[in-house]
Design a protein around this ligand. Structure first.
Ligand code: GDP
Ligand code: K
Length: 279
């Protein structure tokens, strides 16, 4: 198709709105998703002969999804949201001066298994504060493109547009396999749940939703999977009990493995000047 859609997500205060406006703000349309008071903002830009639609998602710390905002975000990203165009990929905006906090959300984005770009915004602050970030090595470790930007100063925007065009032209979901974050016991339980749901409903249960269900941090969409099915509910409860006995407490395991992953991913990649002074 001629037009491609890219979702834009990020923690609050990462400069997501500023970036959205810098990329596509002139033609933005604002509306609502049906049935909820979640703002729907869509903008577009043309670059290298391609038309890209940007779908701005509400700022969020995680995709748990307990709030209406997070539920809409998860649905847009999974392609199940009403009145939302199917997306071809997602860009995740982070505050580059706060990577250790901001990468939590990105680890969940990776679990969605959709084409993604990580945007290191506030790059002007990184330079100003003499923070050193090994962007190339971060790309290697994440397996995604990492683009430094300053939305406020207009730095890196053409590079980002160009990477978005490459993403829609060259990437498919098959290129974005979720990292192995959870212990084997959890992954096995998750696969059992996916098989069980598919057996009962005839529909595949996406990896991310299966995780949400097993962790018991899910919204209406996933509750629909459960409906009134008591035996499926007890099937899941049994899986959780088994996991808890294997040192995999629900839902505490999620922040545990994600923060561990963030720590490993950033290990040795970020040097702040005060750390240099200390040594
Ligand atoms: P959002 O909550 O993620 O949408 O963030 P906003 O776009 O509202 O920006 C939050 C604040 O960060 C505002 O004061 C912006 O002017 C500022 N900001 C946005 N982008 C940048 C940037 O690249 N560098 C710097 N230094 N500030 C920025
Ligand atoms: K509405």
């Amino acid at each position: 198709h001629t037009s491609h859609a890219i979702a834009v997500i990020g923690n609050p205060n990462t400069g997501k709105s500023t970036l959205f406006n810098a990329l596509a703000g002139m033609n933005a349309q604002v509306g609502n998703y049906p049935g909820v008071t979640v703002e729907k903002k869509v903008g577009r830009f043309r670059f290298q002969g391609r038309e890209i639609q940007l779908i701005d998602l509400p700022g969020t710390y995680s995709l748990s999804p307990r709030t209406a905002d997070e539920m809409v975000s998860v649905r847009v990203l999974l392609g199940t949201q009403k009145k939302a165009e199917p997306i071809d990929g997602v860009i995740c905006i982070v505050d580059a001066t706060n990577l250790d906090r901001n990468l939590y959300l990105f680890s969940q984005i990776l679990d969605l298994g959709i084409p993604a770009i990580l945007v290191l915004n506030m790059w002007d602050e990184v330079l100003k504060r003499d923070i050193a970030i090994d962007v190339q090595e971060l790309e290697n470790r994440l397996g995604v493109k990492v683009v430094p930007t300053s939305a406020r100063k207009g730095i890196g925007l053409d590079k980002l547009k160009s990477e978005i065009v490459s993403l829609v032209e060259n990437c498919s979901k098959a290129d974005f396999i979720p990292p192995k974050l959870f212990p084997d016991s959890f992954r096995e339980a998750k696969e059992q749940l996916q098989e069980e749901v598919e057996k009962r409903t005839g529909l595949p249960l996406p990896h991310f939703l299966a995780e949400r269900l097993l962790l018991d941090v899910h919204g209406e969409t996933e509750r629909e999977v459960l409906k009134e099915d008591q035996s499926l509910n007890s099937f899941i409860a049994n899986l959780r009990t088994e996991l808890a006995s294997k040192d995999c407490p629900i839902p505490a395991i999620e922040p545990r493995v994600r923060y561990q992953w963030v720590k490993q991913t950033l290990d040795g990649l970020v040097t702040k000047p005060e750390q240099v002074l200390k040594t």
